[in-house]
Ligand binder design. Structure first.
Ligand code: UD1
Ligand code: CA
Length: 456
């Protein structure tokens, strides 16, 4: 392919979002709208990517500080033609330019490739047929169906307004032509703007062929102007992800009740029940089953693991065939080896739990190393924090921690040790012994009466 420049128009204010956040920073699938456009642009390997920004200026630039972008400021929005004019100093004379819109997140890179193959010696426009074309620029075709102009809705005659083929705003052309046409634009039209779309008529004057490539995929050219648009495109984006997963063989109990806000990769025979949210990078191994209402972020869940309902997982690795939940909370830094069981109302944070260990009920295990085949009884708390510093708890292989135990860190429970229920352990417990720390004796007070309510 020829040398490529891509200009992304993103200076519009986005008034109808009713938000302080610049429009292009609102998110689809947890990723800014503009990031979707930039990712599409990157797939086309351009020599230069130029973003025309205006409203929200520095915030937008900062959000993409890591990208190789030439930023061009359009201080006042005098129209799409004026916006592209701002990029002219950066355009390579021997390249072609693709114009993309910063508020069209589902833009399709394959349609762009097709457009660019046409645009090496032509002006190529991406168009689509819209049932209600109100507000859009109409594609006017002359004899032999040749495109002769784009007429903006406000400038169109009644006859032109009946045309359903509209301009998507996405177009491509050789730069020698583009720079010349841009210099010839005027703002003598209904909106007093410099219309990029006027380059079509200029191309016709210069005997440069104009082609309109009609897309069937309306969502891929739909811009976001309001929160309603944002919500609608989010659903489209999500249903596309769900369909990809279904095609790969993932079982989704309801493809409309799945949200992937990042990347989800799945092995074979994965099953996902309803209302699950996946964030960041999540990998599910073969035969993993995720029950309803789980929120899973940046996690690797190995083959055969089962996650029961209402489980929350963040920055955690889970070993093969483990059983997690219901109502478990796995917080950052947690690593579970194979065959671990984590049950209801158990919170783990920065805990490394080895093969076959069980923490099944109502426990907090934080900053801890748990060995193999350890059993941690109900209501066990690792007291890892003294109000200022955090300390580690180490529980060695085959230890058994009785229910309602507090392990005051730093503390080590030796291999095979047993801790009696209800103990508060403040010193290391030796291997293979029973350690208990309770009130000295169990008393019963004869004749004791329950208090009764005082009558007023
Ligand atoms: C434009 C097209 C219209 C097309 C429609 C598709 C023109 C004159 N009209 O209409 O033919 O059917 O898009 O949605 O091109 N922008 C700037 N600076 C400006 C003006 C706009 O950066 O001065 C950016 C906006 O941020 C947006 C894009 O250009 O990303 C399109 O702007 P918008 O105002 O939505 O275009 P329309 O005039 O409605
Ligand atoms: Ca628009």
């Amino acid at each position: 392919m020829n040398k490529l420049n891509i200009v992304i128009l993103a200076a519009g204010k986005g008034t109808r979002m009713h938000s302080n956040l610049p429009k292009v920073l609102h998110v689809i699938g947890a990723k800014p709208i503009l990031a979707h456009v930039i990712d599409c642009a990157k797939k086309l390997n351009p020599q230069k990517m130029i973003v025309v920004y205006g409203f929200g200026g520095e915030t937008v630039k900062q959000a993409f500080a890591h990208e190789d972008i030439i930023w061009v400021h359009q201080a006042v929005q005098l129209g799409t033609g004026h916006a592209v004019q701002q990029a002219v100093p950066h355009l390579d004379s021997d390249a072609q330019t693709l114009i993309l819109l910063g508020d069209v997140p589902l833009v399709d890179s394959e349609a762009c490739v097709q457009l660019l193959t046409q645009a090496h010696d032509k002006l190529a426009i991406l168009s689509f047929n819209k049932a209600d074309p109100t507000g859009y620029g109409r594609i006017v075709r002359g004899a032999a169906d040749n495109v002769s102009a784009i007429v903006e809705h406000k400038d169109a005659t009644e006859a032109q307004r009946t045309i359903n083929e509209v301009n998507t705003g996405i177009m491509a052309m050789p730069n020698q032509h583009l720079t010349k046409w841009l210099s010839q634009l005027t703002n003598k039209n209904a909106q007093g703007e410099y219309y990029l779309t006027d380059i079509v008529a200029l191309a016709v004057t210069d005997n440069v062929n104009v082609v309109a490539q009609i897309t069937q995929d309306e969502w891929s050219v739909t811009g976001i102007n309001s929160k309603a648009d944002l919500a609608q495109i989010e659903r489209v984006h999500q249903s596309r992800i769900a369909n990809q997963l279904l095609q790969q063989g993932v079982t989704l109990k309801d493809s409309a009740r799945l949200d992937v806000r990042g990347e989800l990769s799945c092995g074979q025979d994965v099953e996902i029940d309803i209302n699950c949210v996946f964030e960041g990078h999540v990998t599910l191994g073969d035969n993993v089953k995720i029950a309803a209402n789980c929120v899973i972020k940046n996690a690797m869940i190995a083959a055969g693991a089962q996650i029961a309902p209402f489980t929350h997982i963040d920055d955690t690795k889970i070993g093969e065939n483990s059983r997690i939940g219901p109502y478990a909370r796995l917080r950052p830094g947690t690593t579970l080896a194979a065959d671990t069981h984590i049950g209801n109302f158990v919170e783990l944070k920065n805990a490394q739990v080895d093969i076959g260990s069980k923490i099944n009920h109502l426990s907090y295990v934080g900053d801890s190393t748990v060995g193999k085949h350890v059993n941690i009884g109900a209501g066990t708390i690792t007291c890892n924090y003294d109000g200022a510093n955090k300390f580690r708890t180490v529980i060695e292989d085959h230890a058994f921690i009785g229910s309602d135990t507090q392990l005051v860190a730093p503390v080590t429970i030796g291999r095979g040790a047993t801790i009696a229920a209800g103990s508060t352990i403040t010193r290391n417990a030796p291997a293979d012994q029973l350690t208990l720390c309770r009130a000295k004796e169990q008393k019963s007070i004869v004749g004791w009466k329950r208090p009764v309510k005082v009558k007023k």
